[in-house]
Design a protein around this ligand. Structure first.
Ligand code: ZN
Length: 274
């Protein structure tokens, strides 16, 4: 088992406390199972730094739990069901990864393949085929594309869109789609906002994503989705190394969904931690 670096201990302790409070508070997980959960992962690696990384061992344990309790559907199917037949969403989970790390290929892909789970990886187009091999190569992407993994855009440079001029925002959204489509020889339909908290995208950026013919966009605003969700601001639930297994289960159950309905300062801080 990999030890948690000391700087993440406080975060882990806060999460355990919230976890215990959630366990002692009644909630109705049945209602939440009718809503769509989209999970966000980043690196799957034993070097748990930054803390948004999950170890391969934990990831495998989480996939096993998902297999026993939910069904995994593709992001594409999920978006269709949200708009046409919400009943099909029941008990479903979508698995996504941000940034396109090469450990997604080495450590996550074999496990996803073993369970026959689809997943979507959001790529930063400038970082594909990087010299250090930290990010995915085109050949790795092509191999995964043939095996149930789809790809979306996470912009060209991962700059936060709300801090950019209008032409730059358009460039990040439109050009990353064009670059990825020509490199992958496949349509790129989904988009994920860099960082993706409420401060990192707005109505204007969502409009541009729509205008350049994406069919959906994922944020990292904490929460689940239903038929009233904006498909250009889909909520996701991030999974990190500081989540103990009980907290992982609670996140899937919706025990922490209160964070997505309250917008007070305390809950805004909590959402940043989770
Ligand atoms: Zn990112």
């Amino acid at each position: 088992m990999t030890a948690i670096p000391p700087r993440y201990l406080l975060k882990k302790i806060i999460k355990i406390v919230v976890c215990i409070i959630a366990a002692c508070t009644g909630y109705n997980s049945k209602t939440n199972k009718k809503r769509l959960t989209i999970l966000t992962y980043h690196s799957i690696n034993d070097e748990i730094n930054p803390d948004e990384t999950v170890t391969p061992e934990e990831f495998e344990k989480q996939l096993q739990y998902i297999k026993e309790n939910y069904k995994v559907i593709s992001l594409e199917d999920a978006v269709e069901y949200l708009q046409t037949d919400i009943k099909k969403i029941s008990d479903s989970i979508v698995i996504t990864f941000d940034d396109g790390y090469s450990d997604n290929y080495h450590n996550a892909y074999p496990l996803l393949k073993k369970h026959n789970f689809p997943a979507t990886i959001f790529l930063i187009s400038d970082l594909i085929d990087d010299k250090g091999g930290k990010y995915l190569s085109q050949s790795q992407i092509h191999e995964m594309m043939d095996n149930n993994i789809s790809f979306g855009s996470h912009t060209i440079s991962h700059r936060i869109l709300t801090g950019l001029r209008n032409e730059e925002i358009i460039g990040e959204i439109r050009d990353s789609k064009d670059i990825l489509e020509s490199q992958l020889g496949n349509k790129i339909n989904s988009f994920a906002y860099p960082v993706g908290t409420r401060a990192d995208f707005d109505d204007e950026t969502a409009e541009i994503v729509k205008e350049y013919k994406y069919t959906c966009a994922c944020s990292n605003v904490y929460g689940m989705n239903d038929e009233n969700s904006d498909i250009f601001a889909l909520k996701r639930i991030g999974i990190e190394t500081t989540d103990c297994f009980l907290l992982f289960k609670q996140k899937l159950d919706g025990a922490l969904n209160i964070m997505s309905c309250k917008d007070t300062k305390l809950f805004q801080e909590l959402k940043r931690i989770f």
